[in-house]
Design a protein around this ligand. Structure first.
Ligand code: GLA
Length: 726
């Protein structure tokens, strides 16, 4: 049993960790522990010591001036009851006041996992994990807050969510409603977070926390390129393989906030959830509001342990569908090969060459529909442009299938251009504030996905296409941020629900289509990795990692993304050199080494590369197929960081039974009169013998002595070493 209630203590235990809360004498739910595993009857509240502190108020019902919610660690912080730190919930009561005072009411432990209506969430069977619900109520306003916890013991994973129920007869307005709060009594924490921009997502940054707040957020309607809803709270001395840290993520794809704060007595708080600046929710009598799931894991073994827990849990207990644990076809995408300039013959020629080199699927990207000759028009007209293609889609699919290749196509279902049949016939489908022109992004506007009729209309167009040609893959793109939102379906007082309802609408359509077409493989995309989050990974086995295909820049993008997200969920392609985004020239083989740090594919016209390079493709495909399972199911190790001074970036994959591994090294810079470079593999069986680079040594020797990298022959050279137990 991983959840135990013992008098007024509730303790959650996983394989290596414990999480504890306590109902105190006034009925408040305090957070007493998250860290190393303890026994469930060990009351960790002894670490809390109260003291009469100036300007820290006391609840009316106590005579104790040393009792103050302003410094006590809480499970769900509220606004208006004397805690001035980051709060999880703010409510406007019918009389205009905004006090929320939540007290423990009841709890229930059950087997299996709670479900969140309309939202992606981790799942497991009854025998795999338990759930806990703690009801808190504010008797005056009639708000019931149901705190939901899920425990995936074997991976040290705890999930949280919240259901807010209005049990009163009044209408309440929820101003802020976050998913989770983590209070730490001591510790000098830093925050590891992942910022970026289009074509350079998830850059690693480690920032000290300060008294006051460090806030990460997206207000773009998507989780965004700029910030990612995954962070790590880490002690100052924590490294990749040593020290305490907590990995925390939201299972959500829209605007979010993660607030971290050090309070006046040096305690650390993290709260996270829906971005409050873009949120208000009218909760009528009897209604409920379900909040996105948060997931976290504690590690006393550095970042690597967090990564292993997240990767295992995400691919086994979050991602759905037949492709998660199945071979995903090696694809060639025509975007960087042709951009908008293609017809069916050109696509077929690319497919034919690719097929002869072992590639399994052709993906026809943007430009096959409507009047889509460039990026100024056509989005929303999901009918095949047979004039441009010179063929029907059905015919093209037939031709491609006839050479034993699969066909995939690109969609951007959430978007509309003004120059379309869709806009001319249904201008109200587009998000536009009355009397305002709004902002364009890539000349396009966003559809009102809060409306079911709009979603149904788009779905019907897509279904028509999918039912008429043998399409086996969809790239679901999204190429702008939301701004100036409005829906004719929402009353003025409910407009604050727009962002949240947009994401629910998106999930609804994704759910419908992925269920209807279980054997179509979906790949997510938002101008590359602008929506690379756990919400999207629930629907997509993989997501196009970045529009930046430069192998050297990708080292950083893949490094940052790997902390939380399984590397097999990252779409990674070999593209042309000089690279289209950076103009950098890199060796063909290095581009493949880097693309094998994700789900492998190509994005160039292989008719245009040299015969030698074509031969290399054949060998690369063979190599990838050999390591396919390792890449998708193995443990991932970041051996060096692309941000360090070291001249190389190295990473390693190792099968769960430790018998097979792949060690990849990319040279980032060269120098004269160079010194030796040692690469230290990890995770090997110490006493087993392993062959690496034709040499046989004991696991322990490899791990402590390292592998001496052969002399570097050229800039940006790369190495792929097989690790084989012998
Ligand atoms: C986005 C995607 C690209 C490509 C283009 C097509 O930028 O990330 O991969 O599909 O759109 O317009």
């Amino acid at each position: 049993m991983s959840i135990k209630a013992n008098k007024n203590l509730i303790t959650i235990t996983t394989k290596n960790t414990s999480y504890q809360m306590k109902i105190d004498e006034l009925g408040y739910l305090l957070h007493t522990w998250y860290g190393e595993r303890i026994e469930d009857n060990e009351d960790m509240s002894y670490r809390i010591s109260n003291m009469d502190r100036g300007f820290c108020g006391n609840p009316y019902e106590t005579m104790d001036r040393s009792y103050s919610l302003d410094v006590l660690p809480q499970e769900y912080s509220t606004f208006g009851n004397g805690d001035y730190r980051a709060d999880c919930i703010q409510v406007i009561n019918p009389d205009g006041t905004n006090v929320v005072d939540l007290k423990y009411d009841s709890h229930k432990i059950s087997k299996g996992k709670y479900e969140l209506k309309g939202l992606p969430a981790f799942f497991w069977e009854k025998e795999e994990g338990e759930s806990l619900k703690v009801n808190l109520i504010d008797k005056v306003s009639g708000i019931r807050v149901e705190l939901l916890y899920g425990v995936l013991e074997k991976y040290d994973i705890i999930t949280r969510s919240v259901r807010i129920v209005n049990t009163s007869d009044n209408v309440l307005k929820i101003k802020k409603a976050l998913s989770a709060c983590i209070d730490m009594l001591d510790g000098d924490f830093e925050l590891v977070h992942f910022h970026g921009k289009h074509a350079m997502e998830r850059e690693f940054e480690r920032s000290p926390l300060a008294h006051g707040k460090l806030v990460l957020e997206s207000k773009r309607g998507t989780s965004s390129h700029q910030q990612n809803p995954f962070v790590i709270l880490a002690k100052k001395d924590t490294t990749e393989i040593y020290g305490e840290c907590i990995g925390f993520a939201l299972v959500y794809s829209g605007s979010f906030i993660i607030e971290t704060e050090i309070d006046q007595v040096n305690q650390t708080r993290l709260v996270a959830g829906l971005h409050p600046e873009q949120f208000s929710y009218v909760l009528k009598a009897g209604d409920e509001l379900v909040l996105p799931e948060a997931v976290f894991t504690y590690s006393n073994g550095g970042f690597e342990k967090i990564t292993h827990s997240f990767h295992d849990a995400v691919r086994n207990n979050l991602q759905r569908g037949e492709f998660v644990h199945k071979h995903r076809p090696i694809l060639i995408n025509n975007w960087e090969a042709t951009y908008f300039d293609f017809d069916a013959d050109k696509i077929f020629d690319i497919a034919l060459k690719a097929k002869s080199l072992g590639i399994e699927m052709l993906v026809m990207d943007d430009g096959w529909f409507g009047e889509r000759y460039d990026d100024t028009k056509g989005l929303g007209d999901w009918y095949v442009n047979e004039k441009k293609l010179g063929s029907s889609l059905k015919e093209l699919a037939k031709r491609i299938n006839a050479i034993d290749m699969k066909l995939g196509i690109w969609f951007e279902p959430e978007m509309i251009n003004e120059d379309t049949k869709l806009y001319r016939e249904h201008p109200d489908f587009m998000i536009r504030v009355p009397n305002r022109k709004g902002t364009k992004g890539r000349e396009q506007f966003v559809l009102d996905f809060t409306r079911k009729d709009v979603r149904d209309y788009i779905r019907d167009m897509m279904v028509k296409i999918l039912d008429n040609a043998n399409i086996e893959y969809i790239k679901w793109d999204m190429n702008r941020s939301l701004s100036a939102v409005y829906s004719s379906n929402l009353a003025a007082e409910s407009m604050g629900e727009f962002h949240y309802r947009y994401v629910l609408g998106l999930y609804d359509l994704l759910n419908e289509l992925t269920q209807k077409y279980p054997s179509i493989m979906f790949e997510g995309c938002s101008g590359g990795g602008g929506r690379y989050d756990l919400g999207m990974l629930y629907y997509h086995p993989q997501i196009w990692l970045s529009d930046d295909t430069d192998a050297i820049e990708r080292l950083k993008i893949q490094y940052g993304s790997s902390f939380a997200y399984p590397i097999g969920s990252a779409g990674a392609h070999v593209s042309a050199s000089p690279n289209h985004q950076t103009t950098r020239k890199t060796p063909f083989e290095t581009r493949a080494t880097v693309a094998m740090g994700g789900t492998f594919g190509y994005e160039l016209d292989l008719n245009k590369v040299s015969k030698t390079e074509q031969k290399m493709v054949k060998a690369q495909v063979k190599d990838y197929l050999k390591y396919d399972e390792l890449i998708h199911e193995g443990d991932y190790y970041r051996l060096t960081s692309p941000y360090d001074k070291s001249r190389v970036t190295a990473w390693q994959l190792l099968s769960k039974d430790k018998s097979l591994g792949l060690l990849s090294v990319v040279v980032q810079s060269v120098e004269a009169n160079e010194s030796n470079i040692y690469i230290y593999p990890r995770g090997l069986d110490e006493n087993a013998y392993y062959k690496i680079a034709e040499e046989k040594r004991r696991g322990k020797v490899w791990m402590s002595g390292g592998l001496v990298l052969p002399r570097i022959k050229e800039e940006y050279e790369s190495f792929r070493f097989e690790i084989k137990r012998v």
